[in-house]
Ligand binder design. Structure first.
Ligand code: GLC
Length: 473
């Protein structure tokens, strides 16, 4: 089977969030299962030079972007045995950062069209094109409109994955023809509530729609979670599937991780204490092996549940705990946590930024990992925390619910709460702290966390099953 995985970011080339982790590891897991899966992404300015040095120029072509024609260079790279195509156009991609430019609509209209056009120029004819998030939503739309009947393009099936329904790619209708080259007669495919909504177009057009956990697949049928797309999804529910992401268990491995101070395994979790002490040193917190260290590694945006943390912070810091937070995002949260750190330097450490190396050190050094998200399509951090034996506290939503079960049943590996409320979160935190001070219980929990299987195997098999069923249709 041949699959082309189209994405706007993939590790190690370009990353801004969880999509890059998924794109960087799912195709590799497919390959291990003998599926010919290749990746295509834009060649951004941000792609590191050492990776550029290893790329080969394959070909160039001219791509229609509505009435324009734009140059597209196709480069090929190999990473972990997987082939990546990087599409070059300096006008669109030679800029700092991946998104947030005034002409993102045009940039990703170009990219989506280029992915389809390039198939005539490369020696890989996919049976499935798997497009991700709003940036690639136009691929199934364009396929249906312009390529379905083109010679050599017949019978390709399209899969569209929603990684977060909050980001839909919304634009004014006035650019429909000028930027996307979609005529007024076809406007209903991408039109929603009086504007262009690219995600809606992807949902309408793809043969199958997936999202990144079974619970989120149900949640987005509800207006509370859907950001306006519930009615369209309910009509298309028959083709909607939820498949839980995995994590890359090689780069997230406490036994071999070079970024942490001391390596350890589930058999020897006591070494974790070395990482805790070093982390306290690095973050200027009192050196104390007994005090429970609660951590968060997150973007500082509201759906991550930061309002709960904000409103419970005094109560939390009244406890004998250390609270460590790493992440950047909205100014209001950043300044709030900076202020708390100044007020409680002995208890709270806030580091603003996206620092993968420090993130690993926190996963390894902390005792408890907090993820009280208001919504969480999948979430990867809770799984990484488990792998490092850092016991998670999560709200029961999306992938958090599907990956972490409450230890109250005698089997689970963490602490969970249902309602989006600070009281319920604090309740779960108190239960976790109770567990922490009972060393016997705690060691069992650490072991369960570290032994949980979050590898890509199961998910890759589910995607492959889905692809097969589509090809039979
Ligand atoms: C998005 C979601 C996150 C998910 C990731 C990968 O970033 O917000 O929950 O884990 O995509 O699918």
């Amino acid at each position: 089977m041949k699959v082309l995985y189209a994405t706007s970011e993939a590790l190690p080339f370009a990353a801004s969030g969880g999509l890059a982790d998924v794109s960087g590891s799912l195709p590799h897991a497919m390959r291990k299962r003998l599926i010919g899966c290749r990746i295509v992404l834009p060649l951004y300015e941000d792609v590191p030079q050492e990776l550029r040095d290893k790329m080969n120029f394959l070909t160039s072509l001219s791509v229609p972007v509505a009435w324009r024609r734009q140059y597209c260079g196709v480069f090929e790279a190999r990473h972990n045995g997987v082939i990546y195509y990087l599409l070059d156009n300096q006008y669109y991609f030679k800029r700092p950062g991946l998104y947030g430019h005034y002409d993102d609509a045009e940039r990703f209209s170009f990219f989506s069209r280029a992915v389809l056009e390039m198939l005539d120029f490369i020696d890989f004819k996919p049976e499935i094109i798997h497009a991700n998030d709003w940036q690639c939503a136009l691929i199934p739309v364009f396929y249906n409109l312009y390529y379905r009947k083109r010679e050599g393009y017949e019978n390709i099936k399209t899969v569209y994955t929603i990684h977060n329904i909050q980001y839909q790619g919304k634009y004014g209708l006035e650019i429909l023809e000028d930027v996307f080259g979609i005529s007024q007669e076809a406007s209903s495919i991408v039109e929603q509530d009086g504007c262009i909504n690219l995600m809606k177009g992807g949902i309408e057009s793809a043969d199958c729609v997936t999202t990144v956990s079974p619970t989120y697949a149900k949640e987005i049928l509800d207006p509370y979670y859907s950001h306006g797309l519930d009615s369209i999804l309910r009509i298309r529910e028959w083709k909607l599937h939820g498949i839980l992401n995995g994590i890359d268990t090689d780069s997230n491995n406490p036994e071999t991780d070079q970024q942490i101070w001391a390596n350890y395994t589930a058999e020897n979790p006591a070494v974790k204490a070395v990482n805790k002490r070093k982390l306290q040193e690095r973050l200027n917190l009192p050196l104390n092996s007994e005090v429970p260290m609660i951590s968060m590694v997150t973007r500082l945006v509201s759906h991550k549940g930061l309002d709960l943390v904000k409103s419970a912070i005094q109560e939390l810091l009244n406890e004998d705990v250390q609270f460590v937070l790493l992440g950047s995002g909205e100014w209001a949260y950043e300044s709030f946590f900076k202020e708390i750190q100044t007020k409680y330097p002995e208890k709270m450490s806030y580091y603003s930024g996206f620092v993968p190396e420090l993130a690993h050190k926190i996963y390894a050094g902390a005792d408890i990992f907090l993820m009280p998200s208001q919504s969480e399509p999948c979430g990867l951090a809770q799984m990484i925390a488990c792998r490092y034996g850092t016991v998670p506290i999560v709200r029961e939503t999306g992938g958090l619910k599907d990956s972490i079960s409450d230890s109250g049943d005698g089997q689970g590996m963490g602490f969970t709460f249902k309602t989006y409320s600070a009281d319920d979160m604090m309740n779960a935190i108190h239960r976790a702290l109770g567990g922490y001070f009972n060393k016997e219980i705690w060691n069992v929990l650490i072991e369960r966390c570290m032994n949980a299987d979050f590898s890509w195997g199961r998910s890759a098999n589910e995607y492959i099953r889905l692809y097969r069923s589509l090809l039979k249709q």
